[in-house]
Ligand binder design. Sequence first.
Ligand code: NDP
Length: 252
Amino acid sequence: VSKPLTGRVAVVTGASSGLGEATAGHLADLGAKVAVLARRADRLDDLVARIAKNGGTALALPADVTDAAAVQAAADRVAAEFGGADLLFNNAGVMLPSPVEERRTDQWDRQIDLNIKGLMNAIAAFTPQLVASAAERGVADLINTSSIGARNIFPTFAVYAGTKAYVTHLSTHLRVELGPKNVRVSALEPGIVGTELQDHVTDEGALAWLDGARQSMEFLTPQDIARSVGFIATLPPRVNVQLLTVMPTLQA
Ligand code: NDP
């Protein structure tokens, strides 16, 4: 098996399930050392053990990305143990659709705090490592998980979609800022992937819509997204995938 990411160090946020978990495993299979960050430490320990069993190297970083100091402490551990990250898959997120008139400001806050502020905490903590690695080795990657919600219209998903439009737009700006330092910036916009994301939804209307979607199409799998991240990271340093939209074939 070829290991094109040998010598590279990846950090994956939201690595305890779904896209992050699958991507951490795939990047390790491609040869990267992988630091996995999320709140559920038991899940991270299982993942680290699985990666080690497959011959890879991984480090568990139990932390809440909405806590800036905790994310900085995690970054310091990556520097100490792996010599700094050259790939950040900035992926932790939550989706809580509801009609705006219900004024679920608690759910609005959770999405904004995690999908925007948590994402920014990781960018703040790891950008110095990405820039330093790129200066040394000629390439680093910042891959932010956005969503097709940044682009298409889904009633009751306005706040979630707004956070993801932020992620896509931020990424295109950061690409121009960091590209001259050989840090490639990508926004990844998946359509529906079967993960725990849907389990947090409480709104009846959104749940009915998701059920209908599940019956009418085969969702993407986390592995499909892991391969997409692997594709972005293994391209030659001159190639920066600015935006990658990955949809289930049957999703409109
Ligand atoms: P999951 O719910 O399976 O994964 C979310 C991950 O984020 C978990 O590992 C969770 O771990 C972690 N997380 C949640 N809150 C925090 C926190 N405060 N600090 C650190 N980690 C946290 O969902 P997905 O894998 O589907 O979602 C991953 C990303 O993909 C999200 O940004 C989502 O918006 C996006 N996305 C998903 C799509 C889908 O259809 N599934 C489609 C488009 C985009 P823990 O609870 O242990 O902290």
